[in-house]
Design a protein around this ligand. Structure first.
Ligand SMILES: *Cc1c(COP(=O)(O)O)cnc(C)c1O
Length: 401
């Protein structure tokens, strides 16, 4: 086994980890340890079981060496101490809610949050006796005024996965800490590479490993990561009670993709920056919602806190184009597929009706928003594809109604 050296860069440590799950056998691949039953050497070992002790193996649902290896790797990338795996990013979000909240509690959710998170909060508010309130993602230190005695959790999503506002995470976590409120971030956009949540006061980070970590558009998985042992145990207890586990085959696919994640992320980032810079100059585009560009609310916090952007950004089309015309634009793209779950090699595009997705912060734009995910195709081909679809938009615009 290669000896890991903490003086080496994260990227090097991910490729040269320290685990030794199969003594006497060495390869670069992660061994797949499949189990429901875990066999104990004697009853004393059974009676010594303590669910808090990660050095003990209890039951295949909770962990096997393969899933534990992935948990460790994900915690390291995120900059936390403990990671737990769930079978989807949404299930990780749900694990946070069930781990931390009970009826009577209040949760604050940013208006730009991943829509199924919003739906989850609304569901708990409707059927489980919580209150879920939404806040303007650009609220910053103003969040302090929204914190009530029963507020137990504040979600952050920076940038928001559709509208891309970058919150002032430090101001929000400072206000939350002053009142002992836990903060959780959905950090999927940055893959845990370009934003290190625990350096900015965040308590729990969620990653949809479905995205860049899997990289293949074929695995669903999520993770909750924290540096706080008490929070970790709360999340772990809820995970056990809810019967949450993941497939070790899926874990091995993610483990296989992690060493290339940084290189992929940087390639997505480069191509996306190139295309966004070009798109911004196009007369069809009214606003470039890429955090690295000044049009994007919170650009200053992106510059302060992030080291890169990956492949996901949005544009707002000029309001002279109808929603139907923008649908035609999206459908005219050949290399951009219509679909969710970015993070793989293939580019995607999707129009959104943002007005209908928000309740707390007014949306300043009148044109239609299209979110692009820039895959690993050649930039020139993607640009030609968008150019052709924009030309069709112009043809349609000049056709008398
Ligand atoms: C995709 C995504 C999720 C959910 O991940 P699934 O594995 O699809 O459930 C959560 N948050 C963000 C920001 C995402 O993009």
């Amino acid at each position: 086994m290669t000896k890991s050296d903490s003086s080496r860069a994260l990227q090097t440590r991910i490729i040269h980890p320290q685990d030794d799950l199969t003594p006497g056998f060495e390869s670069f691949a992660a061994p797949v340890t499949r189990a429901s039953t875990v066999v104990f050497p004697d009853l004393a070992s059974v009676r010594a079981l303590d669910w808090r002790n990660d050095a003990q193996w209890r039951y295949g649902l909770h962990a096997t060496p393969t899933s534990a290896m992935l948990q460790k790797r994900i915690a390291e990338i995120e900059g936390g101490e403990y990671a737990l795996l769930q079978p989807s990013g949404l299930s990780s979000i749900s694990n946070v809610y069930f781990g931390l909240l009970k009826s009577g509690d209040d949760v604050l959710i940013p208006d730009n949050v991943y829509s199924p998170n919003r739906d989850h909060g609304d569901w708990l508010a409707r059927d489980f006796g919580l209150t879920a309130r939404y806040y303007d993602p650009m609220i910053g230190a103003g969040i302090a005024e929204l914190i009530q005695p029963n507020t137990k959790l504040i979600w952050v999503e920076a940038p928001g996965s559709v509208t891309m506002e970058v919150s002032d995470v430090r101001a929000i976590t400072a206000a939350a800490r002053a009142r002992n409120v836990v903060t959780a971030i959905d950090n999927t956009w940055s893959a845990g590479l370009a934003f290190k949540p625990f350096e900015h006061g965040i308590d729990i980070s969620v990653q949809a490993l479905t995205k860049y970590q899997s990289g293949g558009s074929d695995v669903l998985m999520g993770a909750t990561i924290t540096a706080d042992r008490d929070l970790y145990l709360k999340l772990k207890a809820a995970r056990m009670r809810l019967g949450i586990g993941v497939s070790v085959d899926d874990c091995s696919l993610v483990l296989r993709a992690l060493p290339s994640m940084k290189a992929r992320f940087e390639a997505h980032d480069r191509t996306a920056l190139g295309l966004a810079g070009w798109l911004k100059t196009r007369p069809e585009i009214a606003a470039m919602l890429h955090p690295a560009f000044e049009d994007c609310p919170g650009h200053e916090f992106y510059k302060r806190d992030f080291t890169g952007a990956g492949g996901l950004f949005s544009v707002v089309f000029d309001e002279r184009y109808s929603a139907a015309q923008i649908d035609t634009f999206c459908e005219s793209l050949e290399l951009f597929a219509l679909g969710w779950s970015w993070g793989g090699a293939h580019s995607l595009a999707m129009p959104y009706d943002v007005g209908s997705m928000r309740t707390a912060a007014s949306w300043p734009h009148r044109g239609t928003l299209v979110r692009f995910y820039i895959g690993l195709e050649e930039e020139a081909d993607l640009r030609a594809d968008i150019e052709r679809a924009l030309a069709r938009l112009a043809e349609k615009a000049s056709t008398p109604e």
